[in-house]
Write a protein that binds this ligand. Structure first.
Ligand code: ATP
Ligand code: MN
Length: 536
């Protein structure tokens, strides 16, 4: 687990030009918390959890995320406005500026690794300007044993300087903040932003290149857990669709909540050593495991504290994206190590704010590929008064911002694995029911959980044998009944009580699907195209 005892090893960062810094190497989290509170504006909540403000940025900044274009990446990366090219010499200059900035400061350095499967382990050194960012790295990456540190050789380095501001004209950035991956030098360089998610998603993006290109492994933006029967379930979905919430299940051992690899031997392993959960409106009864994980060692981000130092989870005055990171061992039921096998069920989670997709449906292989490439969810338009129209949002492979390769590369690997393992694929709408956002309401978490349980334990199959209903618009197989879920909830049309409105809205959504998919049609087989909505 990586113990809390002090590490005596010292390291040098002279190779980086960092010669005059006090290097705080491998400090235990409690020590980092103490320093954060004493000198870096950290607060302690009523139960002793660290709470920090990440500053100007409370989320990732996808438009400021670059990849160095050079001989390693040139022909492989899918360049565009997701993977924005950065010149190698500009990178070298900027790196020097950042390390000069860090030189002379107190800095915080941690050796860690990614990938819980021994054969895929990636050693990482994280160099942070702030102690709480370094504590985040303790929580989110895997923790080497102290004995392992003696011979630890970092392969990738994360350099994280939130207080460093780039000068766009000189540095080649878009604005003062940046997150840049350099695959030749194996560096993730992050500056001008204190949002900790950039640290974990930097290494995730690196693995999304390394694993498929060099290790024949499919990287996935998903959560995963394993049942008592040994069957692994995988939950894909964009932000806010329920990966963390639904994988945290007292009856199933958690493998991980956000990033996994699927190997050629059909092992599913976590990249990370921790969880990063949304805490907006967190409810102790609805999500007790996550609630109870918020204890000393965890880091709350951008929350507001009450006068008695308890957390007001409803207060979104800093951001809607309030978060907590904690090491995975803050959850009771976890798989050790974080590796599962025998993937039996895949869930594509979508928060359909149009309220037209069935709450659960079963996909054919063609539909699965179509929906994976589409990566649909919906965003609810802000909180401004009067704005109630949902906006469809498509992100290929349910994680386009983190995928350096062309989406079809990942889709082909997933299709091959689906065929090889015969895994079931389900589309789950964790979004709206009874009407669109503004009219209907969010699907009850307990119903979504019941549907997922029924899909996994076979009772959905048993209850609907040869009795799925093919949805007249989306073409997906919709179960008629599900244990522990009221039958009318299963049909979105029935919940609307307005057939005309339902079909008009459904067709609005299929148009959005069609428009988005145009860019992929030239790569798609007839089987995949047959997986598109029927009324297209
Ligand atoms: P990210 O990629 O940003 O980490 P995520 O997919 O892990 O996102 P969650 O953190 O699980 O998303 O967020 C889902 C949110 O939606 C939680 O706040 C959860 O309480 C809420 N929610 C409400 N109803 C449901 C439902 N039916 N199913 C899942 N989540 C629900
Ligand atoms: Mn999550």
């Amino acid at each position: 687990m990586g113990s809390n005892t002090l590490v005596t090893k010292t390291i040098s960062l002279e190779e980086w030009g960092i010669k005059n810094s006090k290097i705080n190497y491998q400090l235990p989290p409690a020590e980092l918390q103490k320093i954060s509170v004493a000198s870096y504006d950290g607060k302690e909540t009523a139960n002793g959890t660290l709470a920090v403000n990440t500053g100007e940025f409370t989320g990732r900044s996808p438009m400021d995320r670059f990849i160095v274009r050079d001989e390693v990446t040139e022909d492989k990366v899918w360049w565009g406005n997701i993977n924005i090219p950065f010149e190698a010499d500009k990178f070298d200059t900027l790196l020097n500026k950042v390390t000069s900035y860090l030189d002379g400061k107190d800095i915080f350095v941690r050796d860690a690794y990614a990938c819980a499967h021994q054969d895929y382990r990636l050693n990482i050194r994280v160099i942070n300007e702030y102690p709480w960012s370094n504590m985040f790295a303790y929580n989110m990456f895997l923790r080497p044993e102290n004995e392992e540190l003696e011979s630890f050789t970092p392969e990738w380095t994360v350099i994280n300087a939130p207080g460093f501001m780039a000068v766009p004209d000189q540095d080649g950035t878009r604005q003062h903040n940046f997150a840049i991956l350099n695959f030749s030098r194996k560096i993730a360089l992050i500056g001008g932003t204190g949002y900790t998610g950039e640290i974990k998603k930097g290494i995730f993006s690196a693995l999304n290149f390394i694993l498929p290109v060099y290790k024949d492994t499919l990287p996935m933006h998903c959560s995963a857990n394993v049942g008592k029967d040994g069957n692994t379930a995988i939950f894909f979905g964009l932000s806010g669709t329920g990966k963390t919430t639904l994988s945290t299940d007292p009856d199933r051992a958690l493998i991980g909540d956000d990033e996994h690899g699927w190997t050629s031997n059909n092992d599913v392993f976590n990249f990370e050593g921790g969880c990063y959960a949304k805490v907006i409106n967190l409810d102790a009864e609805g999500e007790p495991e996550i609630y109870n994980a918020i204890k000393p060692g965890a880091i709350l981000e951008n929350v507001i504290l009450n006068a008695d130092k308890t957390v007001d989870f409803k207060d979104t005055s800093i951001t809607q994206n309030t978060r907590v990171s904690y090491p995975i061992f803050h959850i009771d039921n976890i798989k050790k190590p974080s590796v599962g096998d025998n993937p039996k069920n895949i869930f594509f989670l979508t928060a359909d704010a149009f309220g037209v997709l069935p709450p659960i449906s079963k996909l054919t292989p063609g539909q699965a590929a179509y929906h994976f490439i589409s990566g649909y969810t919906a965003k609810v338009a802000g909180t401004e008064a009067g704005i109630t129209e949902p906006v469809p949002s498509f992100s290929a492979c349910f994680g386009a911002p983190f995928m350096p390769l062309h989406p079809t590369k990942y889709a082909e690997m997933l299709s091959a694995k689906m065929k090889e393992t015969g895994v079931n694929v389900w589309l789950v709408n964790t979004g709206w029911t009874g009407g669109p956002y503004g009219v209907g309401s969010r699907m009850k978490l307990k119903y979504t959980r019941a549907m997922i349980t029924a899909a996994m334990d076979g009772s959905l199959e048993a209850a609907n044998k040869d009795n799925y209903h093919v949805h007249s618009v989306f073409g997906v197989a919709q179960p008629r009944t599900c244990p522990n879920v009221p039958t009318d909830v299963l049909s979105p049309r029935a919940t609307w009580k307005n057939d005309e409105g339902y079909y008009a809205t459904a067709s609005k959504l299929t148009n959005a699907f069609r428009d988005n998919f145009k860019q992929f049609e030239e790569y798609a087989s007839s089987e995949i195209m047959a997986g598109a909505p029927l009324k297209y």
